[in-house]
Design a binder for this molecule. Sequence first.
Ligand code: NDP
Length: 253
Amino acid sequence: AAERLAGKTVFITGASAGIGQATAKEYLDASNGHIKLILAARRLEKLQQIKDQVAKDYPTAQVHIGKLDVTAIDTIKPFLDKLPKEFQDIDILINNAGKALGTEKVGNIADKDIEGMFNTNVLGLIKVTQAVLPIFKKKNAGDVVNLASVAGREPYPGGSIYCATKHAVKAFTESLRMELVDTKIRVICVDPGNVETEFSMVRFRGDADKAKKVYENTKPLYAEDIGDFIVYATSRDQNTVIADTLIFSSNQA
Ligand code: NDP
């Protein structure tokens, strides 16, 4: 893996926490620090802490951090255009930014939550992909990794909008893979089950007790498990596409 990853540029959305942050760490480990990371999210201070830690732990790595709200779609292209020259040639895009907001039944879901989930999980992911694709097409190479979810395969009550967004991510991802079939651009969909991150705090609007209960009496996956898989999938021989993978912890399957 280290040889195939060496010198690559990886762009991760939602890199300030959870799976995005852990995926960055897995790339650093797998490449022995010979990697360039573009870490984007809304909380710049969190990204700065991550960058400072990487500088200590992996002095050979290059890290660019930038504030990017994927729902502010007019800012996506300028974000890429303003990347320092050495980060512009992106090799791997990890469309990770995403969220569930609330557990209300359909009749009670607020418009702002519907918009929040669709704009982040679907529209933002599509617009970031559209902005990066020309870079991949120009060199006929690159990996698009989209974080969907088990919720993109199995809907559940109280998760209607989140499940709808993740079904949309899966449909978009499959169409894109078909469109790019004759190219060397790989399109990879990852469907995690229960992963212990800030995800539940966001879903339960900061209610720590409710968030904690999600992981009680279970052995959830950790964000590193998903990061580890993403690194694996993107460091296969170019002819191998690990197209669509469901990842559960052993007691969720
Ligand atoms: P976290 O809540 O821990 O992290 C979410 C990340 O997304 C944060 O870095 C957050 O940073 C960022 N983010 C949120 N909104 C935006 C936005 N509008 N623009 C840019 N970045 C944003 O969640 P996870 O790490 O668990 O989730 C990552 C992905 O994995 C999501 O797509 C989620 O749906 C998916 N997933 C998670 C599962 C789980 O059980 N945890 C299961 C299946 C799928 P900031 O606030 O700084 O912007």
